[in-house]
Write a protein that binds this ligand. Structure first.
Ligand code: MSP
Length: 511
């Protein structure tokens, strides 16, 4: 059984923004974590290429939608490689294989008598690719997410009988583990309690989409098509792309991690579609919050969009990951502040963790012939051992419950406590007394060992920094030994050589 985790499939109207980087980094940390626990993981990301929004974007550029999509999809793909994202599947919804899955799925839904022809009238937001419940003053109303006017639509569309699944959807969303965080669940429960309405799954005015078999001028509604990307991703790269293959190879998804704006699609429409097709529903839909910048919504019109690539080239991967994972509580909205970013990186990574490693390794090298001290006299119980053990236990618990910020804080707290232990014990004074040598050895060994555990714990969150820390200790993660085993106390080898210390993270300057 594989653990299947997905990011949203991003619209290719533009290159990746901080919001898409945020979701993908969180998924990456979870995927890495699960792999370290020994689970088989399928980490899916990709792009959502069809629909009116993309068709118009390409038209505005004066190029064919396919050409536009090829270009932007490639940018996404390379972007995730640059961010060291460990995805297993990258799905493009314009691929032929995906079309096969959509068609097969549609046949199943039709066979369940869930498709009929009707007239769709309403106000549509092209940015969201969604009909909005009739707002007051519809003609001047702007979508709060896209700040664009809605468009009136009145056309013959095929409909999906969502209303038929009222009871089943109620049961699913009432499962406490299905929607997280809890506040988001309440929004959905409230929405569903008003009664589910059938929704249109085809369009006649959009040529850039998958043709609906049997209806000449209809293409599938982009969301009907895109959600299925999660399924087709599983059986992509195989010769027989069928629903059965995807089901056998890993469906259902264990977690869809998405932004709160697209929760209804994932927690209501999608499960109903799947039940109709006789498939299992995802196990969890996690709706994270929105990122703002210096307290303001990011937008092109405000001119305050933060280009994630600039952050990456300027600061590197780990600092951005640390800020997004540790400073934002997963599920809540978060704010990106330049000053706070610099402070957090300097305090947490450079000072608390980086300096701890550097100064302890320097002391050990100086006093013990460039080596880790021998541990002959090390008492079996000590304060740091207890703290490290508790920290690892809490870390695992927090990670398992998707409290990634708290998990990151567990590691940081261990580093703070290790610094305190060092300062309280003052080995630099004790070393001057000959008979205190065994005690100094014990202190230094404990601090180095705690630092090793800190570094190894960081592996899913900050893979690059984690490797650097452990290399500095002459100890690397061993792929063939369980990660949890390696997080046990006492594995740093006495008398092993300590490489010459170099800073593992550079301090940042305010600009
Ligand atoms: N294509 C759909 C998803 C289809 S999934 C089958 C889509 N794409 S999107 O590119 O517009 O959005 C992708 C994700 O980015 C969404 O989860 C959305 O919530 C998220 N974000 C967009 N702006 C954001 C922030 N400012 N902050 C955090 N996430 C944000 O929707």
């Amino acid at each position: 059984m594989s653990f299947v985790i997905t990011t949203p499939l991003y619209y290719v109207n533009d290159k990746p923004h901080l919001g898409s980087v945020y979701t993908t980094i969180i998924c990456d940390a979870i995927a890495r974590y699960k792999r370290l626990l020994g689970e088989e993981v399928i980490f899916i990301t990709g792009v959502d290429e069809h629909g009116l929004k993309i068709q118009r974007t390409a038209n505005d550029k004066g190029i064919e939608p396919k050409t536009h999509c090829d270009e932007i999809s490639e940018i996404f793909n390379i972007n995730w490689i640059n961010w060291n994202i460990s995805f297993d599947k990258f799905i493009r919804t314009s691929s032929k294989n995906h079309e096969l899955i959509v068609n097969e799925f549609y046949e199943r839904v039709k066979a369940s008598d869930d498709i009929y022809m009707g007239v769709q009238k309403g106000w549509y937001c092209v940015g969201c690719e969604e009909f909005k419940e009739n707002p007051e003053n519809s003609s001047t109303y702007k979508c709060p997410i896209h700040q664009k006017n809605l468009e009136w639509k009145n056309e013959e569309n095929l409909f999906f009988r969502l209303s038929k699944y009222q009871k089943q959807i109620e049961n699913i969303i009432n499962e406490p583990s299905f929607i997280e965080p809890i506040e988001r669940r309440n929004e959905i429960v409230n929405f569903v309690s008003k009664g589910l309405k059938d929704f249109s799954i085809s369009r006649t005015n959009v040529s850039w989409g998958i043709p609906v078999p049997g209806y000449d001028n209809h293409t599938f509604y982009v969301w009907f098509d895109a959600l299925l990307g999660y399924v087709s991703a599983i059986s992509s790269n195989t010769t027989s792309q069928t629903l059965e293959k995807s089901i056998n190879d890993g469906w259902p998804a264990d977690i869809h991690l998405i932004g709160k704006d697209i929760l209804r699609f994932h927690a209501v429409y999608w499960p109903a579609m799947l039940i109709s097709a006789g498939m299992k529903v995802p196990k969890k839909v996690f709706g994270h919050g929105f990122l703002t910048r210096e307290g303001q919504k990011m937008g092109k019109s405000l001119g305050n969009v933060l280009d994630p690539n600039l952050l990456l080239s300027k600061y590197g991967n780990d600092p951005v990951r640390w800020y997004l994972i540790k400073d934002i509580s997963l599920g809540n909205d978060g704010d990106f502040q330049d000053r706070r970013f610099v402070d957090i990186i300097n305090n947490d990574l450079a000072n608390t963790i980086g300096n701890l490693l550097n100064r302890t390794s320097s002391m050990s090298r100086k006093w013990f012939d460039n080596k880790v001290p021998d541990s002959d006299n090390i008492s079996s119980k000590n304060k740091l051992e207890y703290l490290a053990k508790t920290s690892v236990e809490n870390y695992i618990y927090k990670f398992n419950t998707y409290k990634l910020d708290q998990a990151a804080n567990e590691v940081l707290t261990l580093a703070i406590n290790t610094n305190l232990y060092l300062n309280d014990n003052q080995p630099w004074l004790l070393i001057k007394e000959k008979d205190k040598l065994p005690v100094v050895k014990e202190i230094i060994y404990n601090v180095l060992e705690s630092t090793r555990i800190i570094g190894l714990s960081l592996l899913p969150i900050l893979p690059e920094l984690s490797s650097k820390i452990n290399l500095q200790l002459g100890s690397t993660y061993q792929k063939d030994v369980s990660w949890e085993q390696q997080l046990k106390w006492g594995l740093l080898i006495s008398n092993s050589t300590l490489p010459k210390p170099t800073p593992v993270i550079n301090k940042l300057e305010y600009e």
